[in-house]
Design a binder for this molecule. Structure first.
Ligand SMILES: Nc1nc2c(ncn2[C@@H]2O[C@H](COP(=O)(O)OP(=O)(O)O)[C@@H](O)[C@H]2O)c(=O)[nH]1
Ligand SMILES: [Mg+2]
Ligand SMILES: [Zn+2]
Length: 220
């Protein structure tokens, strides 16, 4: 007898894709640029989002969806900036999916929104496999994580449109070659836009803001 093979992972991805396409249509209709921000835990996503909200205040209306396995710490930090925010607790799941994003539709006011930033669960692996309805995936890699990460976790580098190399203020204290990160990332994804930034000193952030503003403009 020929065994029947059930491809569970494939089915899950297909189901997610259907919902994510619907989410994308919803955001396109409202002309909201959606960024899916991914990284390992602690690379600096929330800090970067806080800076971005403050820097673009008065120019760009930003909403945030915070994804975490548990807790509302990040959402509280974002709420303190005055931006609209919803916390998704995945209750164990290590990535966000399209359905979770759809659940927030009744809780956010999208009418005045120009940019929606989705902070994914901290994880360098499966968030890259699940679209949520975004225009772009962007990822952070902080220099203490080491310069071998592009070759160890290539999918996220492959799927991202922009790579923010964060915590460059720590370069004097860690063994990490920015040149190697750049070279290996571009081997995986020649179109990757790379920024070198620090969420502590705010070095390099102007280039990130300019990139983001251009993408928002393009979506209008
Ligand atoms: N030295 C340094 N620390 C940073 C930088 N960006 C963020 N951090 C710190 O790194 C920790 C994790 O940052 P967070 O934004 O919460 O990371 P997330 O888990 O990716 O959201 C916090 O203690 C931040 O203050 C940076 O550029 N340089
Ligand atoms: Mg965070
Ligand atoms: Zn996962």
């Amino acid at each position: 007898m020929v065994p029947i093979k059930v491809s569970l992972v494939k089915n899950i991805l297909h189901a997610n894709e259907r919902i994510s396409v619907q989410n994308k249509e919803f955001f396109d209709e409202k002309r909201i640029l959606v960024i899916n921000m991914m990284s390992a835990p602690g690379a600096g996503k929330t800090t970067l989002i806080e800076h971005t909200i403050k820097a673009l205040d008065g120019e760009v209306n930003i909403g945030v969806i915070e994804g975490d396995i548990q807790s509302t710490y990040d959402a509280e930090k974002i709420a303190a900036t005055g931006a609209q925010v919803v916390q998704i607790n995945t209750g164990g799941a290590c990535h966000l999916d399209g359905n979770m994003i759809r659940e927030t539709f009744s809780q956010l006011d999208f009418d005045a929104m120009d940019l929606l930033i989705v902070e994914n669960v901290g994880n360098l692996v499966c968030p890259a496999e699940f679209n949520v309805g975004e225009d772009f995936k962007v990822m952070l890699l902080s220099v203490p994580e080491g310069d071998d990460k592009p070759m160890k976790y290539p999918l996220m580098f492959h799927e991202s449109s922009a790579l923010l190399i964060n915590k460059i203020d720590l370069l004097p204290y860690v063994t990490c070659s920015i040149d190697k990160i750049r070279a290996d990332s571009l081997k995986i994804n020649p179109n990757l836009k790379i920024f070198e930034i620090s969420g502590k000193t705010e070095a390099g952030l102007d280039a990130w803001y300019a990139w983001l503003k251009q993408k928002i403009e393009d979506k209008k």
